[in-house]
Structures are given as C-alpha cells and as structure tokens.
Design a protein around this ligand. Structure first.
Ligand SMILES: *Cc1c(COP(=O)(O)O)cnc(C)c1O
Length: 419
C-alpha cells in the first residue's frame, strides 16, 4: 500500500536518538554549541551577528522591542496572512500592527500597499516569506530605504531561500529564522535572529541575559509528543492506520469548519510576552540544528524537484493558482502552496484517492475579532485564507506520489491527464 503523510518532521529519526542520548547522559545544557550554531548561521547568511532565541516569534519580539525603545514611531506594517502570534509580538513589544494586503501571486506583502502606508509613524516593515516563497524584497527595500524605515524579514519558513544571490534574511535590517518542529531545520523549538546592526544585536543579548535555558521537563515532554506523532506518520504505521484517521477527521472537521490539527484555530490577543517564553535555546538543540544544517542543501534540491513537478503538472489548469517566483528569487517551497476555488472538496477528493494533503489553516489576521482594533480590509489575504491547499515536498516524499497528486487534481477539475 503506498500512502504518504501530509508532513514529516525534518531531521527525524536521527534527532530522536540524539535527544535520547543527551537526555539520558545529562548533556542537555552542556557544551558551547549555541555559540557554534550562531557562528555557523552568521557565516551561512553573511551577517555580522546571529543570536539564538527560544522561538522565532520571541526573536521578533526582541528585535521590535529594541527598535521601538527610544523611538516615537509605533506602527509596524505587516502581512495579515501569517500566524497570529507574529501580530501579538508587535503588540507585546509596544508596537501597533498595521496590516497591509498581500500579492496573491506570492501570498506575501504587496509593495504597493506598503508604499501607501509608509508614513512617519512607521517604526518597521515586517515582510514574511510564507511557504518559503520569497517576497518582493527589491521593491520593499527600495520603499523602506526611501522612507527611512527598517525592513525586517520573517524568514521562519525560508531558511535556504535567496534573493538575487543574497540569503533569505540577509537583505533586510534584521530577520528571524525558526527552528521549530514544523520547519526545515528542526530542534523541536527555537529560533535565530540575524542582523549586521551591532547595537541591535547587543540589545537583544542584553534582554536575554537573565533568561534561563529551556527546562529539561519541557523539552522532554515536547520531544516525546513529537516522537508519538512521528510514529503515527511513519512508514510502519501511517499506511495502515493513521491515514484513515486523518482522512475521517479532516473531512468531518473541515465540513464543520473546525481545524482539528491547527495551532491557529483559537487566536488570542497577548499584551505581554508570556514569562514561560523567556528562555534560551539549549546546547542539545543547537547540536541538532548544526547537524541538520549539513543536510539542508540536499533537502532543498529535493523540494525544488518536487515543486517543479507540481508546477509543470498543474500549470495549464485555469482553476489552480500556482505560487509565482519573482525574478531573482530562489524559493524553497516548504510546502508547495496552491490556490483552488473549493479547497475542501478538492482536499476530500485527494483524501479519498489515498493522498493525504492538508489545507493551510493560517487565516487572515486582519479579520480576527481579537485583532479588531487593528482591522483593515485586506481582500487578497481574505481570499487566500480560504483557498490555499498545501502539497508535500518534504525529504523522502516520492516523485511518484507527486505525480499521483497531480493526476488526482487534474481529475478533480476534469482536465485530461498530463501529456
Ligand atoms: C513558524 C512561524 C513563525 C514562528 O516560529 P516559532 O519558532 O514557532 O516562533 C513565525 N512566522 C512564520 C511565517 C512561521 O511559519
């Protein structure tokens, strides 16, 4: 039975063995590996500073807090098509989120919208490279430069991407990467901030100086949780059991409008950084991340090959919106996002054909009731929030499955099979 899950954790199963060894050997908090990881990320991205953080979102908070301190400016212009805690970090840092609509071709900030909002109260523009699809950094940099506003990059999903030869995160004033469990460098929880600004890097390090390491019980719990999920989506279990559960839950859930597997389903407004987030990445996690950096390029080549197959297999379907790479962009497609008119029916069609795919549960933050004070009408983001379906590109995902997905989507839209 060929049946492949919608996702796989990067770095597994290897990082589970690394974790078990470090936990049992009492080495979670031992070693100079955090500094080694920081040096390696700084080298790979060509930046003067890389600072490890407990999560990417906390990195964003620290950047914004430093930029807002001593500034009269309060507005932070950002895409509403992102995870809600990104918006919360602006609020926690003392900023005022201003949503700018996205360009449907990339799903990322539309430079024209940003230009219209770039006034003298804007402290920063935050661009997100969602799904590893690069935003228009050329135009956004020009707009920000002309207005004297720092451009920040949310590169949480874009490690390894490039813009005109520059690494993702290496174009703006500062950027953050995520090392969380859903990302392409996965140490279960974590992030890294990069910048060339000595003062900013110093301020971030000073703010974190008193924070303790992530606690051992917290990490053990999270790793065990991930191990259970990894087992459920493993080749030994998924084809026989999990896929049926996923299919039934997905169909029932989506029909009821309940996103069962989403962390985005209950947005909350945060005004203060939760104290339990004020932690530091551990040396154990830094070792895992360093280890995975070595395989990152091979993973990327695989993703790009699958993305090409999806693209070429679906390009002639008028109903399917494909992500568009801008000139000079090297996207990393993690995963491959497509836009379809009735995504729920399309997902059901694929699930019933034995193909496990997931809808993108990120919503349009500009429309969330908890963010009502910051509401702005963002029709493109609203449309994307109900039409994006995610196609797998992870390491080991077979080309034959990609071809089956392409065939099933063509079949759903009653298009002839690929020639
Ligand atoms: C995952 C993600 C984040 C947050 O990363 P954490 O490490 O979980 O804080 C921020 N922005 C985007 C676009 C993400 O996908």
């Amino acid at each position: 039975m060929s049946a492949w899950p919608r996702f796989k954790f990067y770095g597994t199963p290897r990082i589970f063995f690394q974790a078990a060894g470090d936990i049992l050997g009492g080495r979670i908090h031992q070693g100079d590996d955090v500094a080694r990881l920081e040096a390696e990320i700084a080298r790979l991205t060509g930046r003067r500073h890389a600072v490890a953080t407990p999560q990417a979102r906390v990195g964003l908070y620290l950047i914004l807090k430093a930029l807002l301190t001593g500034s009269e400016r309060r507005k932070v212009v950002l895409s509403p098509y992102t995870i809600y805690d990104v918006v919360n970090m602006v609020v926690c840092a003392g900023g005022m989120p201003v949503f700018a609509d996205v360009d449907a071709r990339t799903g990322n900030l539309d430079p024209d919208q940003v230009a219209a909002l770039a006034d003298g109260d804007v402290a920063a523009v935050l661009v997100t490279h969602l799904h590893g699809v690069m935003a228009d950094l050329g135009r956004l940099s020009a707009i920000c430069e002309a207005a004297g506003i720092p451009l920040l990059e949310d590169a949480a999903q874009a490690f390894g991407g490039r813009w005109q030869g520059h690494p993702a995160g290496g174009v703006g004033h500062a950027a953050m990467f995520s090392l969380g469990r859903a990302k392409n460098i996965n140490c279960f929880y974590g992030g890294v901030v990069i910048t060339d600004d000595d003062v900013l890097a110093g301020a971030i390090r000073a703010e974190m100086a008193d924070w303790p390491d992530l606690a051992t019980p917290f990490l053990v719990k999270r790793i065990v949780h991930c191990a259970i999920i990894a087992l459920a989506v493993s080749r030994a279990v998924f084809p026989w059991a999990t896929r049926h559960v996923f299919r039934v839950l997905a169909i029932r859930g989506e029909r009821k409008g309940a996103a069962l597997f989403s962390t985005e389903r209950n947005p909350v407004l945060r005004r203060q950084l939760p104290p339990e987030w004020q932690r530091r990445l551990t040396p154990m996690q830094a070792r895992m991340a360093l280890d995975q950096l070595r395989g990152a390029e091979a993973d990327q080549i695989h993703r790009l090959r699958l993305a090409r197959l999806y693209h070429d297999g679906l390009a002639d379907l008028p109903q399917v919106g494909l992500p568009q790479s801008l000139p000079g962009a090297e996207d990393i497609f993690m995963p491959f996002p497509i836009q379809v008119p009735d995504r729920q029916a399309c997902q059901e069609h694929l699930l019933n054909a034995g193909l496990d795919v997931v809808v993108q549960h990120i919503g349009n933050c500009a429309d969330y009731p908890v963010f009502a004070p910051f509401h702005r009408d963002c029709p493109q983001a609203r449309q994307l929030a109900k039409s994006v379906l995610l196609l797998p590109t992870y390491p080991g995902y077979p080309e034959a499955e990609v071809r089956r997905i392409v065939r099933a989507i063509r079949d759903f839209f009653k298009a002839p099979p690929e020639s």
